[in-house]
Design a protein around this ligand. Sequence first.
Ligand code: C2O
Ligand code: CU
Ligand code: CU
Length: 530
Amino acid sequence: MDTSSAYCDSLDPTNLDNFKNELLLPGKDGLLGILETSADPMELVARRERVALAPGKETEMLVYRAERDGMVWLNPTFLVETGDAFSVSLTNGLDEETTIHWHGLHLHWRMDGHPLRAVRPGTSFRYAYPVANRGGTYWYHTHGHGNTARQVYMGLAGLFIVEDEDERRVNETLGVRLGETDLPLIIQDKGFDGEGNLVYDPDEMARSMGYTGNTILVNMTPTPCLEVGTRLYRFRLLNGSNARLYRLALEKVGDGELLPYWLMATDGSLLDRPRPVREMFLSPGERADLLLDLTGFEVGEELALKNLAFDPMHREHGMGGGMGHGAHASHEEMVHAEEVAAGTPRLGDGEEFYVLRMVVKDRVAYVGSVPQTLSVAPVADTRGAAAVRPVTLSAMTEEGQTRWLINGLSYEPDEYPIVVQRGASEIWEIRNDKRSMPHPMHLHGFRCRVLKRKNSPGQVAGTAVDEKGRMVTDLGWKDTVLVWPGETVRIAIQFSHDFEEEQLYLFHCHILEHEDAGMMLNCRVIGPQG
Ligand code: C2O
Ligand code: CU
Ligand code: CU
């Protein structure tokens, strides 16, 4: 019997019956265990480790390992408080350079894991900074120069949860608790070989379009299942995939009905009020906190978080010139045919599949309800004379190889194509070429607001929630904004900081294969005035 296809079939995410592995929830230690900051100096070691992802499914991967009082954490979920002094030292136990980038946090650039600040094998670096952000769901991951995609894929990423007054009040109102009913859910797609080993082996196509895997994992659990009660749940979703875009919906299993849920927070903290949704795009790097009301369910009923089919708009980019739809499609079909022949069918981007199965287990006496308001989120001040900076996203094909460019440029470590004045308010008008693919654009160090979307493709425009063409996930603070082919998105950024020196951040696509291939620019913040 062919073990590789047997392994693969049991993990096929288009079949809900496969979702039997108990979802890993962040506990007090272990994989994704919650690690609260403390005064003790803490050490994280980046290293290889064998990890059991589910019963009988063990693989070697790369992890951040922490140890304290005889307990061990792998890729800890950091739990900190706004205003805390956060400090952790990274020891590089790998045989290649690495860094830690604190995605979404406002901090001094030297602490931000910029590839220029690489930590060499066998050496250590202490990251130390005050937590300046509002409460919310942030994350951290490696940012090694040209090496981010493989290192993240192999495991080097984790969550960074910030608490504050607002957050505590909201969780109290909802009656949810972190790790029990307030659940961080890291969604990733990965590929395994016949022996169940995690593999990262992008071909030329995957290097230009982004690497996607056949298996869907939540919190490192492949094809996961969660037992739930009849109450409210907060799901803190992070799309921690290298390249896969999700169109998330909640399905009542059996009748296929899509259920409404609420969006309560985006990348950078709580919305003003919960917004009802039925579907939502979530691109790599983005977070979305959902509120699920399961009070009306009966014990034994099942629900599923799933990915709805959508047009990934990859063909728009036309490899090899012309409009090229035909050429590209046939290449993709060829690859697909080869994989089917080899017994490892590939889960296409935009295909329908399941992410998480939920089984209602207990009827709980519970009186929590969806609150009217969540927080008073300060809105970006975009009146007055904010400068508009045009940003273009485009492709260049050379000898059959596609490279993705920002403002016609590729990353050069010692070039500074974006220079902003400290304290300035800017509007970035990001225009994605028609012959392109969706790019989730991410800025380090500062948060932004989405002001407007123009020329959005139908599947996006159809979900717009206001006359500015914005999607529901555009309504809160953001640090990663998806820009579709042909679309123009205006974002507002305020470049204030309290640091003495000039700052050097990055602006890049969060499809990690694109970032590594140079779809990234330095962003320098100059000037003395605060
Ligand atoms: Cu999460 Cu530079 O990115
Ligand atoms: Cu980042
Ligand atoms: Cu991209």
